[in-house]
Design a binder for this molecule. Structure first.
Ligand SMILES: *[C@@H]1O[C@H](CO)[C@@H](O)[C@H](O)[C@H]1NC(C)=O
Ligand SMILES: *[C@@H]1O[C@H](CO)[C@@H](O)[C@H](O)[C@H]1NC(C)=O
Length: 404
């Protein structure tokens, strides 16, 4: 039997990596505090577009064959944010889906932006978008939806001639705790992250504990909708294929590798993946391989065509919280005008920070955009052929578009 000191040493040794990670995060929190935060803008030519048209966008994806970016924005996130636990009573506006034709630099902004007309979506249900994925072969847009009546994934057929998004399926499943980001394996199978196990709407305490302690309780799910596509009444096959802390953005790197952002680990995890066989009798398996650390809490990730990973996220979580919680008052001109002097001053001073880096195996992590001018970066996408990149902000007006 092991002696007491030996057990103590074993427990200590087991906890050391946790202490080490916690220490690293505390250093990052200290260095990224707004008073010490160092702005770095390595974008040579950049411009904020459409700041009068929409705000609070999340995911963005590039359909490079068309030179079109598809993204969704949810002004309702100021009062209804299930991930961060903002539930302010009153009416909540629904999310919208947009197409931005970024391919031609000479097209005026007024002609390059179109809002999709959403058809066939039950108008008595609300719509709060998080992650997006697009299957070009079937023109299907997959959208994670944090609606009040139960979280879901919505399927729309996109028509780029009329810019309509025709809703045709809703996927729900008990394992969809907080579906966040989607990565397609093919037209009928995908991986989706659940950002939390414990949800803010059920228990703030447990959800905060999960976040602050970085507990590996969130999941990556494999979803097979083959039968649902044939018959809306048939069940969807859903299985857990990985567990990690705060799974957020997810991307298929290639045939054998999947990347998942672990927000509270300030890192992107890489997994070896065995693909399911063609007749779908087996599940894919994900085996953790390695991770890459970033100097911020990683939100979404994207790979450009040349294999560069773009990661966007939040340099200082407490600051993001403060910024997010203040938006329903600070970004409303009417409420701000009616507010007392102390709130007006608070709104002038509260900052939202952005952090965007890129990574390649040979070049490592390089800083791209660390600033508060375009705050709360959530996704960065880059078209490596056209040399155009776009950043979205969780609580920000418009998009940041850069050209290289
Ligand atoms: C729309 O949603 C409401 C509320 O859940 C439901 O009662 C109604 O049956 C739905 N309508 C259709 C056409 O599915
Ligand atoms: C897939 O990507 C990983 C990570 O970048 C790389 O190590 C691996 O060699 C790639 N595999 C193939 C088949 O391209």
């Amino acid at each position: 039997m092991a002696s007491k000191p030996a057990i103590f040493v074993i427990i200590l040794a087991a906890l050391l990596p946790t202490f080490y990670n916690l220490g690293q995060k505390l250093v990052l929190m200290y260095n990224n505090a707004p008073s010490r935060f160092i702005s770095i803008n390595n974008l040579k030519s950049s411009e904020v577009k459409f700041s009068d048209t929409f705000r609070s966008c999340e995911d963005i994806l590039l359909v490079e064959s068309k030179g079109i970016a598809i993204f969704s924005c949810d002004a309702g996130r100021e009062t209804w944010n299930t991930v961060m636990g903002i539930f302010i009573p009153g009416p909540v506006p629904n999310a919208e889906i947009y197409a931005y034709s970024y391919g031609n630099a000479n097209t005026p902004d007024s002609e390059s932006l179109t809002r999709f007309k959403i058809q066939g979506y039950n108008s008595s249900l609300d719509f709060h978008t998080i992650g997006l994925a697009y299957d070009e072969e079937t023109s299907t847009l997959f959208v994670t939806n944090h609606r009040k009546e139960g979280k879901s994934i919505e399927l729309f057929k996109l028509d780029f001639d009329t810019f309509t998004a025709n809703h045709f399926r809703t996927i729900q499943h008990p394992l969809f705790r907080s579906p966040n980001s989607i990565a397609l394996l093919n037209s009928h199978q995908f991986l989706v992250t659940n950002d939390h196990h414990f949800l803010m709407e059920n228990s703030r305490f447990l959800s905060m504990a999960e976040t602050l302690l970085g507990l590996p309780l969130s999941t990556v799910l494999h979803v097979d909708i083959s039968s649902l596509l044939e018959d809306p009444a048939s069940p969807t096959r859903v299985n857990i294929v990985a567990r990690l802390p705060f799974a957020n953005g997810i991307e298929i790197v290639n045939e054998t590798t999947v990347a998942v952002a672990s927000t509270t680990s300030t890192a992107v995890y890489f997994y070896d993946m065995t693909k399911p066989d063609s007749i779908n009798t087996t599940l894919p398996t994900l085996t953790y391989k390695s991770k890459v650390s970033f100097p911020f809490w990683v939100d979404n990730i994207q790979f450009s065509g040349d294999g560069t990973l773009y990661a966007a996220g939040h340099p200082h979580p407490a600051t993001l919280n403060e910024y997010a919680l203040s938006r329903h008052e600070c970004s409303s001109p009417e409420k701000l005008a009616a507010a007392d002097e102390s709130l007006q001053k608070y709104c002038r001073n509260v900052k939202g920070l952005s952090g965007v880096s890129k990574w390649t195996e040979s070049g490592g992590v390089e800083r791209v955009y660390f600033d508060d001018k375009f705050p709360t970066s959530t996704t960065a996408a880059f078209d490596s052929k056209r040399k155009i990149g776009i950043i979205t902000g969780l609580y920000t007006k418009g998009l940041l578009v850069w050209r290289e």
